[in-house]
Design a binder for this molecule. Structure first.
Ligand code: FES
Length: 174
């Protein structure tokens, strides 16, 4: 018998996890950005189709993460649709969590990962255009910082594991 205690996911998280909306790559995406690291399985890839007036016409995602990650990414693709990039920039991880009926605190980072990918996508879009609108801050937001810290932490971890493997003469990465 399993001794694992199931996480208190809301019915909405479970419903979206079972039937994610807008799942899969987008052939004609204007921007594709990801956040997280495939090394630990926590990763989201976001595809945005941006049209006239910098409005998001469509959004899809691929997720290599937990139920909360899938649900957060899925709800993000619904919320962002029809919004200008300026409006999309305001979407917070808390908003995603609220829309999902609340996430367990240990799963906040799954929502932060989704918003981090969105913010990266918005930055990438304007970088490609060679412009930065006045509402787009130069400094990283807390979500972007946290995503970066997680990625760096994972990289350090795997580098350390590689060194350990090398010392034992086995080498290779996970
Ligand atoms: Fe890391 Fe959910 S994405 S635990």
């Amino acid at each position: 018998m399993s001794t694992r205690i199931p996480l208190p996911y809301s019915p909405k998280v479970l419903e979206i996890f079972r039937n994610p909306r807008n799942l899969g790559p987008m052939e004609d995406a204007t921007i594709v950005e990801s956040a997280g690291s495939p090394a630990c399985g926590d990763m989201i890839k976001l595809y945005l189709k941006v049209g006239e007036g910098d409005v998001v016409e469509r959004a899809t995602f691929e997720s290599y993460g937990c139920a909360a990650n899938i649900a957060a990414a899925s709800i993000l693709t619904e919320i962002v649709r029809g919004k200008s990039l300026r409006e999309a920039w305001q979407i917070s991880w808390k908003q995603l969590s609220d829309e999902l009926g609340g996430l367990p605190p240990i799963k906040y980072h799954c929502s932060i990962l989704a918003v981090g990918a969105l913010k990266r996508a918005i930055r990438a879009y304007y970088r490609a255009k060679g412009e930065r609108p006045e509402w787009l801050p130069e400094a990283m937001t807390p979500e972007e910082r946290q995503v970066l810290e997680e990625e760096e932490m994972i990289e350090r971890y795997y580098r350390a594991l590689g060194r350990l493997g090398g010392a034992q003469g086995e080498g290779g990465s996970a």
